[in-house]
Design a protein around this ligand. Structure first.
Ligand code: AMP
Length: 486
């Protein structure tokens, strides 16, 4: 891999415009235009021609930049030329995404762009029935979109063969890294065709991603569409100072303003997201909630209800919402600050999309000041404080409401700090190869989550820790009880 930036020519196409000038033609061009994509976005201008020439791509870009079409159109264009003959259980192209929602979104875009072009697609995701996925890929598919965990299981068990996979896309590489999928990704890449073409996209570029790119990409064209960790300019950001106990009331007052048409409320933890949703319901606001403990169906339903406007509030954790592209979100409210400052940039990036204005409001308890400073450092601006409730008394809770103890076990946090040791969540860090023993059916356990094993059983049980007295060895590296699936 070279570090120098490669220049990209859009070809000698003076008489063509839009996607045609980039080399897209026939049914694909027709479907692209019908999808409303008439003018290519900058990332598409930069990425499509070199991929059509067979080059690898290293793209620094966020969801929302138009990267899906940027990697999908060249692949589809090449697959269309190959005809329909495929070997059973194989996939011609593989797109790896860190979360199920992003994978579903990518498949939707690909179906839209390939409409009328006779391209088969399949999704391989954890948390949903394995049987129907195996059935779908049995005759072989053109484009497989997958999350790394379930894909690894299918390959290991011989239900999927990657030897014919000539196009590989790794989307949101930094997120895969944070979620501990990096070794799975490397193994998967190794199992694909050695002469494959690869594209790697990442919103940020930590050293580990640069390393991964070095190992997987051959002389890639490097593309960067937005400066790293810089929030979009059209988002108006502010801070409201409020103690944790005041936040519920502050949020409800805010939401009474109907100009807040479509709002994502971010919570740092799954437990917190549930609590915010419940409190909103008590205050008369219907909200959908999306986090990693929800079933795939519940997550998709929440997202659909929010997307089609049947609910105007979506409460989300970082992991569940990253990569989600819902047009027209007017407001992002950070109920609390994320553990990692970079997540702030991703959170507020859910609004202010496609040139529309967006508003991002962060509720900040004094205990979160250090996190706020961290955020201001990476966005390189001081956030204005537009309201200060610290001088007001804490609101009284309605005594009829069941008091819930505010207790957040460490593994409740979805964005728990980067897991950059390459270990997959819940695999105990043991080495795994495709040929090795299956590590058991993960069942409907949502992917990308930390295992709930050894978790104090209930947030409402303050003495939950007592159960682990004298048993800490088991929690921290001791032998796993035989009856507990990995
Ligand atoms: P992505 O970054 O791939 O998630 O794309 C972000 C949004 O931009 C999606 O809603 C796409 O449908 C939309 N989009 C991508 N490319 C174009 C284009 N050339 N013209 C109009 N909309 C686009």
């Amino acid at each position: 891999m070279t570090n120098e930036k490669n220049t990209v020519s859009t070809g000698n196409a003076a008489d063509l415009s839009g996607f045609a000038a980039l080399g897209i033609s026939g049914a694909l061009l027709k479907a692209t235009v019908a999808a409303g994509f008439t003018e290519p976005k900058p990332i598409q201008v930069q990425a499509i021609p070199p991929q059509l020439e067979g080059r690898d791509i290293f793209g620094i870009a966020q969801t929302g930049s138009g990267k899906t079409a940027a990697f999908a159109l060249p692949i589809l264009s090449k697959i269309i030329g190959l005809g329909t003959k495929r070997r059973p259980k194989t996939a011609r192209a593989l797109i790896l995404a860190p979360t199920r929602e992003l994978a579903v979104q990518i498949e939707d875009t690909i179906k839209l762009l390939a409409k009328g072009a006779h391209i088969s697609t399949a999704l391989v995701l954890g948390g949903v029935s394995r049987f129907s996925q195996v059935k779908k890929i049995a005759p072989g598919v053109d484009v497989l979109i997958a999350t790394p965990g379930r894909l690894t299981d299918l390959v290991r068990e011989g239900d999927l063969i990657l030897a014919d996979t000539k196009w590989l896309v790794l989307d949101e590489g930094d997120r895969m890294l944070d979620m501990g999928f990096i070794n799975d990704v490397k193994r998967i890449a190794k199992a694909t065709a050695p002469d494959r073409q690869t594209a790697l996209f990442s919103a940020t570029m930590p050293d580990e991603i640069a390393e991964l790119a070095k190992g997987l990409l051959k002389n890639p064209v490097r593309i960067e569409v937005a400066p790293q960790s810089t929030a979009a300019a059209e988002i108006v950001q502010s801070v409201v100072l409020a103690r944790t106990r005041q936040k519920r009331q502050v949020l409800s007052k805010m939401l009474a303003d109907e100009t807040m048409r479509s709002v994502i409320v971010f919570s740092r933890t799954k437990h917190g997201a549930d609590r915010v949703t419940k409190d909103l319901a008590r205050d008369g606001f219907e909200a959908a909630v999306i986090h990693g403990n929800k079933s795939q169906n519940a997550r998709q339903k929440a997202l659909n209800d929010f997307r089609d406007g049947s609910v105007r509030i979506l409460v989300a954790t970082d992991i569940a919402a990253r990569g989600i592209d819902v047009p027209g979100i007017s407001h992002v409210v950070n109920f609390d600050l994320p553990d990692e400052a970079e997540s702030y940039v991703h959170r507020i990036g859910r609004t202010g999309r496609n040139g529309r204005d967006g508003i991002a409001i962060t509720l900040c308890d004094p205990s979160e000041n250090a996190k706020l400073r961290q955020v201001e450092r990476i966005i390189r601006m001081k956030l204005p404080v537009v309201a200060d409730h610290l001088g007001s008394p804490d609101p009284q809770r309605d005594p009829r409401e069941k008091t819930e103890r505010h207790f957040e076990p460490a593994n409740d946090r979805e964005h728990h700090g980067p897991r950059r040791d390459g270990r997959r969540p819940g695999n105990g860090g043991g080495k795994q190869r495709f040929g090795g023993k299956p590590h058991g059916e993960r069942g409907p356990k949502p992917q990308g989550e930390r295992p709930a094993a050894a978790k104090p059983n209930s947030s409402s049980k303050p003495d939950g820790f007592k159960r682990f007295k004298g048993n800490n060895k088991r929690r921290f590296g001791g032998k796993r009880p035989a009856n507990r699936a990995a």
